[in-house]
Structure formats: structure tokens, C-alpha cells
Design a protein. Structure first.
Lengths: 346, 244
């Protein structure tokens, strides 16, 4: 079965996406006939030779020597002097952060009728901005931590009690995130976060809170859940640790949690997932506080597709590919114009 | 990294900076040279001077800091002065490399560390003087489109305001500014440096009364490999006087 992995993108997580793609390649190459499409920061697409799927290929700019490909209806095409060679296959959107998770890629794929694994436009909108995710979860009755929003031009007054976490509203992978323990640390933490986004989210920091990650996807009305993982944490994962996290490929031990909690996590996951995230394999990160589950964030394109949480990862991707949501095609018949023209006798 | 906006002469400068060892008690500010950026300084000194709070700043027009007007060295100092007070940093030690050394001097810190600092005029080699003379001739004959063959490497690829800035800050005689500095200065220079040769260090030392020259083996960027030694010198100078 053919599958193209799309990675890179104009995103703060560009390099993480490369690491992710290399890891997913190892996990899927036995079962799939893979191709690799690299999107550079200027939105040029390149078809990357499988044997060149190494991080240094991109840091050295060697991808520019590989064939450039262009979007066309139903797929990509490689143009040459004597016409164009078409590459048609479903695509796995593995661009983390901007481009991949903000709805740009989803819109492009929809527009060009390319089937893909990844969040659709609406799902992207709601998960990309952590502020919107809060609204979304609240509307579905899924709990999240209390928060406040700070805009760049706002006066820097925070009412949340110390310690708290400062996060850019629209970034993943812990970029620009800091824990603020006292007033003297606040200004720098805000300057760091504002480098990446004009809107910040501030949430209480609960030391030692239990964290659980659960990934999954829906195929033909049935949700496949991964195991529940209790992520390793120092204080929290900073960018470098997360970076390593994106190249994970081994299997992790299932968290020792009660069946009740697993059920609570699955229920919350399902409420968030269906039907908005259909077509995507997502990972939801939760907190557990006094027996209650809180949604921390939704990763609609999790690092290395959370492969390490699935017993049969390639089988899961296969299953999801067979059940991608169809977009309703609109046929334009010009009935209305025809009938008016006829009525006017023209 | 972090970013803060500074207003100056009706322009907004977005200044990119980074702080290491945030809980350390004493501040050291690093200013890079012309055409460089804070990450180069961080690469050199990031793992040293652990007892200090490191503040790395991209100067306007370099690295991730913006600049859309022509600036003089004094403008740089004024912008950095307000930036430093905005982040509530202390001007205890400022380390400046090359052009950053001139800005550091104007900022008047308690301890000035000049690493291959500019500021003493070095006679241009014959080749450069010949190039300038030739271009002046070309200018008379109207062949100015050949200008790109004559532009100094430091001025290539600059935006218009930054090119104006370059013209105003390059070849500035800073003798009087060095003389006006009354704090303690540590001058680290490289033996093989041709941009700011060793003799200019001794010239600066004559102008700053409380100063000490330390000679290093290497060129204008000797500190990249010898940051540990440079750091030791700083510790020696600063910590010794702190004890008193």
C-alpha cells in the first residue's frame, strides 16, 4: 500500500518534524510503500529519496538537489521537459506546529482532493490555539485547568497565583513555555513566550500532578485507543527533552492505573475526538486531580505519531487509511442560470 | 530566547535576548561584534562564568533584533541603556567584542571587558587604500554600478539603514571615550588579530587608567576557543575586587 509522509513546513517545529518523519519511516517501511515529501520553509515541496532520510540531508540543504514536486488535483506532479509524472497516494500529514496543525495543509489537501491522515480544517482551528481548545472542551463538558489570557499589548497583570505556567497560545513542543515561581521571574518568562506568539495562556502550575497521555483514532465508527502512558517528567518536558521524545520508537510500559481511570480517560478522549477529529490520529494529554480528569492539550499530529503507544502501529495506520472521511463533492449544474436564461428567452 | 520592544526616536526596536543562570546574583552582559549575533557569544561563554547571570543581547539590526533607521554608536548605547533598565539588569560587567566593545564602553559599566575591541584607528593596508582611490576615480567617471566589487565584506548584504549605520560606526576614533571611562577594564586581545591588532590594546590601556591587558594566541575571534581562559581572567579581576 502506498503512503506519502509529508514533513517539514514553515513552523517552529520544522526540525522536530524531520525527526518525527525519520522515526515513522522506520515504523512503517515494512508494511507500506513509502514516499517522502519535504516542505521547506518557503513552501516548496521536494520528493526525498528514502535512503536520504537523515536529518543532515536537510540541514545541509541537500534536499534542493532532489526533484521538486508541485500540487495538482489528486496528488503531486514532478515536472520535466517532456511533461509531468504524477504521484498519487494518500498522505500522512506529519508537519508539527504551524502549516501542519493550523489548518493550512488540511485546506490544501481538501482543495486538491488528496486523501490524508491528519486533522481537518475545523479540528485544526480548535486544537491549534490552546485558548480555543479550552472553549471547545468546556462546550463538551470536558474539564480543563483554569486559565487567563494575556495579549502582547496588555498590561502585564496576572491574577493567577504563583507558581504558574506561561505558554504561547499557538505552539506545541514546550517551545516558549516556562514555569514562573515568583514575581521576579515573570517579565522574562513573558518576553520568552511573546517571542513566539502575541497571545499567551497562563495556568496554575501544580507540582507533581499526575499526567496521562492517550492516543487514538476512529475508523468506521469505532475508536481504537492506545495504551495509557504516564509520561516521564522532570519538572516538565522542556524543548530538548521533547525533541528526544519525538524520535521515540520503542514501546512504553502501560501506566499502572485503575480501570476506572482508563475509562474516564477514554470517555474524555472520545468526547473530544468524535466527530471533529475524524481522519486524524491524535494524542490527548490529561491531568488527573482528585479522581477527576482534566484535558491539558490535544496533539492532532503527535510526535512520531505516538507510535510507541500502539501495539500494532502500522496496522493502526492501515486501518485509519481505510476509513478516511469523504468530503462531500459539490457538483455545479448551472440549473439556476439556465432556467433564468430560458425564462428570458435568450 | 526572549524579545522586548524599545522605543527610540519614534522607532520601535524589537530586541531579542536570552538570560542564562537566572538566579545568579551578579550580572554580566555580552555584546557581540559587527555582523555577529548573541548566539556566537553564548556559544563561547554559555558554559562558563556559572556564578554570573548571563545576558546575551542581539544589537539592533543583528541576529533577531530589528532596526529600520541609521544609528550611530551613541544611538546603540542609548537604546541598550533603556533596554538594560527595562529588564532590570545591572551594568556590573559588560563584555563587548569588537564593535560591541565600543558600545560597552559608552554604557559605562563597573567592569568593562573588551575582547578584541574596536575604537583605535588602524591604518588601512595599501590594498584597501588603493581600492578606495580607484573607486573614487570610478565615481568621477560615472561607473558606480561597479560599486559591489568594492564594498567591504562587513558592509555586504546590508539594508540601507544598516549600511548608513556601518558608514557611521566604522573607523571611529574612540580614544576620548576610552579616556572618559573611569571604571575597571580588562582588555583581552589576540596576537594574530589584524582587525584590532595587539598594539591597539596597549593604546586603550594607556587611555583607561585602571586597566589590564591580557594577550591571547589567536585572531579576532580567539575567544571562541579560549572562552575558558577569558572567563578565568574575568573571575580573577571581578571576584578579587568584590572581596575588598
Amino acid at each position: 500500500m502506498k503512503l506519502a509522509i509529508l514533513f517539514g513546513g514553515a513552523s517552529y517545529e520544522h526540525e522536530i518534524s524531520i525527526v518525527s518523519a525519520i522515526t515513522v519511516k522506520e515504523k512503517l517501511e515494512k508494511r507500506f510503500e513509502l514516499s517522502f515529501i519535504f516542505c521547506d520553509q518557503d513552501h516548496k515541496f521536494y520528493l526525498i529519496d528514502g535512503s536520504k532520510m537523515k536529518a543532515i540531508t536537510f540541514s545541509r540543504g541537500e534536499h534542493r538537489k532532489m526533484p521538486q514536486i508541485f500540487l495538482t488535483n489528486g496528488g503531486f506532479e514532478q515536472r520535466s521537459m517532456f511533461g509531468a509524472k504524477k504521484h498519487e497516494m494518500p498522505l500522512l500529514n506529519l508537519i508539527h506546529g504551524g502549516d501542519g496543525e493550523d489548518g493550512s495543509i488540511a485546506s490544501l489537501m481538501d482543495f486538491f482532493h488528496i486523501p490524508f491522515i491528519g486533522p481537518r480544517k475545523e479540528a485544526s482551528m480548535l486544537s491549534f490555539d490552546k485558548h480555543y481548545t479550552k472553549w471547545f472542551a468546556a462546550s463538551l463538558g470536558v474539564k480543563t485547568l483554569p486559565y487567563e489570557v494575556l495579549h502582547k499589548e496588555d498590561e502585564r497583570v496576572i491574577t493567577t497565583e504563583y507558581p504558574f505556567i506561561v505558554k504561547p497560545a499557538r505552539l506545541g513542543s514546550s517551545i516558549g513555555v516556562s514555569i514562573v515561581r515568583e514575581a521576579s521571574e515573570l517579565d522574562y518568562a513573558l518576553d520568552v513566550a511573546f517571542e513566539f506568539d502575541n497571545v499567551l495562556l497562563i495556568e496554575p502550575f501544580i507540582a507533581g500532578v499526575k499526567e496521562y497521555n492517550l492516543a487514538g483514532f476512529s475508523a468506521r465508527g469505532e475508536i481504537t485507543y492506545s495504551i495509557v502512558e504516564e509520561p516521564q517528567k522532570a519538572e516538565f518536558l522542556d524543548f530538548e527533552k521533547k525533541y528526544l521524545d519525538f524520535s521515540r520508537s520503542g514501546n512504553v510500559a502501560e501506566a499502572a492505573v485503575s480501570e476506572t481511570l482508563v475509562q474516564q480517560l477514554r470517555d474524555a478522549f472520545k468526547t473530544i475526538y468524535s466527530p471533529l477529529f475524524e481522519g486524524a490520529l491524535i494524542r490527548c494529554d490529561f491531568f488527573e486531580i482528585e479522581g477527576e480528569v482534566y484535558l491539558n492539550e490535544v496533539n492532532p499530529i503527535p510526535g512520531s505519531m505516538a507510535n510507541y503507544l500502539f501495539e500494532d502501529f502500522s496496522g493502526s495506520i492501515h486501518k485509519l487509511l481505510g476509513a478516511l472521511p469523504e468530503k462531500k463533492a459539490i457538483r455545479v449544474n448551472y440549473d439556476y442560470i439556465h432556467s433564468i436564461s430560458q425564462a428570458k428567452g435568450k | 530566547m526572549a524579545v522586548k520592544s524599545v522605543q527610540y526616536k519614534q522607532h520601535t526596536f524589537s530586541i531579542s535576548y536570552e538570560i542564562l543562570n537566572p538566579s545568579a546574583h551578579y550580572d554580566i552582559i555580552f555584546l557581540h561584534g559587527w555582523g555577529s549575533h548573541k548566539n556566537l557569544m553564548k556559544r563561547a561563554f554559555g558554559d562558563h562564568l556559572g556564578q554570573f547571570r548571563h545576558i546575551y543581547i542581539d544589537m539592533p539590526g543583528f541576529g533577531n533584533s530589528t532596526c529600520n533607521m541609521a544609528l550611530t554608536t551613541e544611538d546603540y548605547a542609548t537604546i541598550l541603556e533603556s533596554f538594560i533598565s527595562m529588564i532590570e539588569a545591572d551594568k556590573m560587567i559588560i563584555l563587548g567584542h569588537s564593535f560591541g566593545g565600543k558600545v560597552a564602553t559608552l554604557l559605562n559599566p563597573e567592569y568593562l571587558v573588551l575582547v578584541g575591541s574596536a575604537g583605535i584607528l588602524v591604518p588601512k593596508p595599501f590594498k584597501i587604500r588603493a581600492k578606495i582611490a580607484l573607486f573614487k576615480l570610478l565615481k568621477l567617471s560615472g561607473l558606480t554600478q561597479l560599486r559591489r566589487f568594492f564594498v567591504a565584506p562587513d558592509a555586504q548584504g546590508l539594508s540601507q539603514p544598516m549600511y548608513e549605520t556601518f558608514k557611521s560606526v566604522v573607523n571611529e576614533d574612540f580614544s576620548e571615550k576610552f579616556r572618559a571611562y573611569k571604571g575597571k577594564a580588562l582588555l583581552c586581545f589576540g596576537h594574530q588579530d589584524t582587525a584590532t591588532p595587539m598594539w591597539t590594546a596597549y593604546k586603550i590601556a594607556e587611555l583607561i587608567s585602571d586597566s589590564k591587558v591580557v594577550e591571547f594566541d589567536g585572531d579576532h575571534y580567539f575567544f571562541l576557543e579560549q572562552a575558558a581562559t577569558v572567563s578565568k581572567e574575568i573571575e580573577k579581576t571581578v571576584l578579587k575586587s568584590l572581596e575588598h
